[in-house]
Design a protein around this ligand. Structure first.
Ligand SMILES: [Fe+2]
Length: 487
């Protein structure tokens, strides 16, 4: 949701030192010729969606729809300080929003709250003197640690009518009812049938907000979000969502990465290979360089890639072939563990694959989901450990240190598939002293070595920090020195 930016800075009450930055954006649907939302009074902000544009441990981004040209604020308070509904210490602060005009009347506003504490629940509400949203909550990420967490995945939605979107909403709400502790949801593109259709976006947002006003929604662009009118950017997609802007120049929010816990997520727009953006060879080189640098910079236990068109295609597709030829070698050389995909409308989990072959040591698991109700009835199952046809599904990933328990469920919560993944040993572990492979060097690593010595446990090679062929207290001391230097 890069674009019109502005507003002001607002020092929160005595309870907070946090700074709230509000950005108001128009979704710019004048280019779409879509029906206007209308100028009738909307009683409160709606279609609220959470996402991250910054560090999940200390920021929270919110987007919402409201009437044009409003002065809106987000009020938020640590749950432990919350007594009565946003009264007393919390007062709405007037803010000056810089906005542009639109002829259609559909507006999305964006705000990012920063300076938050990790692992903390906050109440929030959005609005102005004309009306407030219902109070909601968001929860910041834990500091990098070995804490377990869940995240979820929702593959292609791509509904063509309201009934289908309501069915997707039921699947979403069932998933959240069963796994309300999920930290956030990933979505792999093809959210709507046409990125040019405002009604489709509205239908999606009306369902999505029921869950994603509580947990962040992090998505990637699919081919159906694009501008079918011709060559260009997926404008409507970029206007609808607020995503990290750490991607390559010219491709902000289409390509981005973020960290949560001991996982690094790299999100790609595979649709650049479709030709719709009319890219040059140097563009593709720049994109490949960014992907390589991003993954090489990761110090996480898990490197997870999400993209729409699959890198391990299940049916002939020129975009998939380009992904496979250009990006899979990067994934394989940078320690990617898991690639989450969509586009071909089946559920498929591959064997671990490396160099075109099954490889249980170095392989990458490719997982395709489909949460909507459009299905393909055939797929190449050559490298599939599991394939399921004609079934809407969602995935739950339980991250437990270097293990990840991956479950796929149908819309009613029936288990479809289950698998345990183990993170690859990363080359940086031995260098940094991150012996427990959680992405950070701290006292947990020192303690892990001390416990291994004390218990005469089988020593992991990565514990031999000084490379003298034995694991002893000198290795623990060396990790401690590294940790203290980082403090
Ligand atoms: Fe697709």
């Amino acid at each position: 949701m890069t674009g019109i930016k502005a507003a002001g800075l607002w020092k929160r009450s005595r309870i907070f030192s946090a700074v709230l930055v509000v950005i108001a954006l128009t979704a710019g649907f004048l280019i779409l010729g879509a029906a206007a939302e209308g100028s009738s009074t909307i009683p409160a902000p709606k279609q609220i969606m959470l996402s991250w544009t910054g560090d999940p441990t200390s920021t929270q981004t919110l987007t919402w729809n409201d009437n044009p040209d409003l002065t809106e604020v987000v009020e938020y308070i640590d749950k432990t300080d919350y007594t009565t509904a946003f009264s007393g210490a919390l007062q709405a602060a007037a803010m000056s929003l810089q906005v542009s005009t639109t002829t259609t009347g559909y507006w999305r506003y964006e705000a990012t709250v920063s300076g938050l504490s990790p692992s903390t629940v906050y109440y929030y509400r959005i609005g102005n003197s004309a009306g407030w949203s219902t109070a909601g909550t968001f929860t910041t990420a834990p500091p990098k640690s070995t804490e377990n967490f869940l995240f979820s995945y929702f593959g292609d939605i791509q509904t063509t009518n309201e009934t289908e979107m309501q069915a997707w909403g039921t699947l979403l709400q069932n998933a959240y009812s069963a796994y309300g502790q999920m930290a956030f949801g990933l979505q792999g593109g093809d959210i709507v049938e046409s990125g040019l259709d405002l009604d489709g976006w509205q239908a999606f947002l009306n369902q999505a907000t029921t869950v994603f006003s509580k947990i962040p929604f992090m998505s990637c662009n699919g081919n159906h979000e694009s501008n079918f009118a011709g060559v260009g950017k997926p404008v409507s997609y970029l206007q609808m969502f607020a995503l990290p802007t750490n991607g390559p120049d010219g491709f902000k929010e289409e390509f981005y990465s973020f960290n949560y816990g001991n996982c690094h997520y790299t999100v790609l727009n595979a649709n650049v290979f479709s030709g719709e953006e009319n890219l040059t060879d140097s563009d593709f080189t720049a994109l490949a360089d960014w992907i390589r640098n991003d993954l090489q910079s990761s110090r996480a236990t898990w490197n997870i890639v999400m993209l729409h068109q699959p890198a391990l295609p299940l049916a002939a597709d020129s975009v998939c072939s380009a992904v496979k030829a250009n990006w899979v070698p990067i994934f394989e050389s940078t320690g990617v563990d898991l690639v989450i995909e969509g586009h071909q409308h089946v559920y498929s989990r591959s064997y671990p694959m490396y160099g075109g072959k099954i490889d249980y040591t170095n392989g990458i698991t490719y997982l395709m989901g489909v949460s909507g109700s459009k299905f393909y009835s055939t797929a190449d199952e050559t490298y599939a450990a599991k394939t399921i046809y004609n079934t809407s599904n969602y995935e739950i990933f339980e991250v437990d240190g270097s293990h990840m328990y991956v479950s796929s469920y149908d819309k009613n919560g029936n288990l479809l598939d289950y698998n345990t993944l183990t993170a690859k040993a990363k080359s940086y572990s031995a260098v940094t002293g991150d012996v427990n492979n959680d992405g950070i060097v701290n006292m947990d690593d020192v303690n892990a070595v001390e416990q291994a010595i004390k218990n005469s446990a089988d020593y992991s090679q990565v514990m031999d920090i000084n490379s003298d062929g034995t694991v002893d207290i000198r290795d623990a001391q060396k990790i401690l020195i590294t940790y203290l230097a980082l403090c």
